[in-house]
Design a protein around this ligand. Sequence first.
Ligand code: NZQ
Ligand code: ZN
Length: 386
Amino acid sequence: MKNFEYWNPTRIVFGKDTIKLLQDLIPVEAKILITYGGGSIKKNGIYDQVKDALAGRTWLEFGGIEPNPTYETLMEAVKVVRKELVTFILAVGGGSVLDGTKFISAASNYIGDDPWDIWKNGAKFENPIPFGSVLTLPATGSEMNSGAVITRKSTVEKLSGGHPSLFPKFSILDPETTYSLPQKQLRNGIVDTFMHVMEQYLTCPMNTPLQDRQAEAILKTLVEDHQKMMQSDPADYDARASFMWCATQALNGTLRSGVVTDWATHVIAHELTAFYGLAHAETLAIIYPALIQYKGEHKTEKMRQYLERIFDLRGLSDEETQLAAVEKTKKFLHTLGMPTQLNDYGINPDEAAQKISQRFAERGWKLGEHQDILAEDVRRIVLAAA
Ligand code: NZQ
Ligand code: ZN
């Protein structure tokens, strides 16, 4: 097991009817900015619940944060925070609203020229605006981590960034907020959660039996219960609650403790979103099977453990193990109704491989648990996802 530090200051408030507890969670004297997305919270009653909980408080709102939140929109919110002297931000939405709020938090008191430098070049910032969240879409883990992925339209970039000062102060997780999610978003959330676990689990053995079993617990829960989690009209409260907690646990720092992590799929997949606009989970489902097929020889031991413990499949040769790990993963994705090929979206594989690998050639990034995935490997992986 590797040395590690684990620190997670986010207070989680979980369960039915918990939005009303906002009264106790946000400092009384705060001037609050509520951030949200394209309006789902106004249709499903969550906005009203938040408004009721904040009765008597000083607040204003900023809506319109889009999926894959953009620098361009978020800078408009930064203007509001600066002009109105906002002292607390409340994000109400999915990963995009939460991530966008982290950017707004970091950018508002940034004294350099352009807050994009925080994401692009790791520029230092001070006095981030404190924020909390009401999560409405289990998927990203952003509600209990300090990372955020921001898109810049003008330069066609989608970059991950983060800082220990960007953990939410609290996150309210009420499973009933997920009842209005369309099937596609439920599917995307399950896939993103699954992939967060795989990126930290399917690497190389590190003698970490606890972390392995924590990861497997999430994978097994998703594989066994995905149908119940996606059930609507009526939704199954306990299955939604379980899904919500799986998503949070998958990316709150627990699983990465003491192990080596991969994350190459996420980094490559972000480029697919930047160039072609696909949803985050859709891009992961395209790249991941191709990547583990390409790097199978380096992942065989963990693939064997994955097949045994998640799918009860034993006694395979190395080659059979590598094939079966790809096939079982794809099959699970297909069961969820998730496409796994570039062709499913009409994307030209040669063009995508060229554009994306070019990005990595320019950046000189080395990806994967062995830092051995270079631009040429990226090209081959994207082609393999044709
Ligand atoms: O914008 P509104 O109208 O709210 O609608 C949203 C949006 O259209 C809708 N939605 C959310 N909650 C709903 C709902 N619709 C009905 N009922 C509800 N309760 O769902 C759509 C997608 O929302 P979005 O927030 O974009 O989805 P998600 O949570 O999957 O977030 C994706 C973003 O998070 C980043 C992704 O790259 C992407 O930009 N990620 C962030 C991570 C992190 N911070 O740690 C890690 C992830 O790997 C990921 O990269
Ligand atoms: Zn993800």
